[in-house]
Design a protein around this ligand. Structure first.
Ligand SMILES: N[C@@H](CCC(=O)N[C@@H](CS)C(=O)NCC(=O)O)C(=O)O
Length: 268
């Protein structure tokens, strides 16, 4: 039996790419298994019983242990393999800043991923005859607000989101932007208002591990958008849960869906 850790992932998934890049950056011997989340494989009860009750990827298997949630995977690997301290910080203050960032990211930038999901994937899942304008707007609102904070708070005086060295938080945030870039979600006008964020993104994109982990996404989405590739989703549940803008819940965000002043203002 292999003693390597095994990562169950899908290259279209931002949290999966983050966990994978952490493995690659740290030269951690690992095996990869792609879980095709366009099928119903991860909805099956046996998959959930064996790996993760939510059915989501990434999942790290280490012997009998199952670790899910990308930040938990990063922390586990960091401790187990004694990775360089810049990834999660060495002082209490540094560790706290990384903690703050990854908590913040989970509720903001991560959900801003909805701008990509509802633009590119949702029509393939739910049909091209549906209108996802409100969902895209909700995603963009979260994304642009997050970009404002990246620019004016997290990276106000530093080169990376938690200081002057790269952290796990940078990888997590970076992969949200990889999807947006692949899907051409963020207009030039918005990038122009976030020059530090853009420079940070471009700097991380230059890392060999970033390229290795992101190439599939850029190429596949290019083909999808160019009409060269059609992806058939046989599963029906939301790939990016929590970013829907249905009536009945998320009321504040339904309201956002109707009033897009902020988005119009940022995009102009
Ligand atoms: N909070 C989780 C989110 C993981 C996640 O959103 N995974 C998505 C792909 S991006 C997934 O597995 N979707 C399939 C499904 O929900 O069935 C993490 O950070 O690891």
């Amino acid at each position: 039996m292999s003693s390597k850790v095994r990562l169950l992932h899908h290259p279209a998934s931002q949290p999966c790419r983050t966990a994978l890049q952490f493995l690659v950056e740290n030269d951690i011997p690992h095996e990869e298994e792609v879980v095709d989340i366009t099928t119903n494989i991860n909805e099956r009860q046996d998959f959930r019983d064996e790996y993760n009750p939510t059915g989501q990827v990434p999942i790290l298997c280490d012997g009998d242990l199952r670790v899910w949630e990308n930040v938990a995977i990063g922390r586990y690997l960091n401790e187990k393999y004694g990775c360089p301290s810049h990834w999660f910080g060495s002082t209490l203050e540094e560790r706290t800043r990384v903690n703050m960032f990854v908590q913040w990211y989970a509720y903001t930038l991560r959900l801003g991923g909805g701008a990509f999901h509802w633009t590119i994937f949702a029509p393939m899942i739910y049909g091209t005859d549906k209108d996802f304008t409100a969902e895209v707007r909700k995603g963009k609102h979260l994304l642009y607000e997050s970009m404002d904070l990246l620019e004016n708070y997290w990276m106000k005086d530093t080169d990376y989101v938690c200081g002057n060295e790269i952290t796990y938080g940078d990888l997590a945030a970076f992969h949200e932007f990889v999807s947006h870039e692949a899907g051409n979600i963020i207009p030039e006008t918005v990038w122009n208002k976030h020059p530090k964020t853009r420079a940070w993104f471009e700097k991380i994109a230059e890392r060999p591990a970033s390229k290795q982990v992101s190439d599939w996404q850029y190429e596949t989405i290019r083909q999808v958008m160019g009409g060269e590739l059609e992806v058939t989703f046989t599963r029906r549940t939301a790939v990016l849960k929590g970013t829907e803008a249905h009536g009945g819940h998320n009321t504040g965000l339904v309201h956002l869906g109707e009033d897009h002043d902020y988005i119009a203002e940022v995009e102009s």
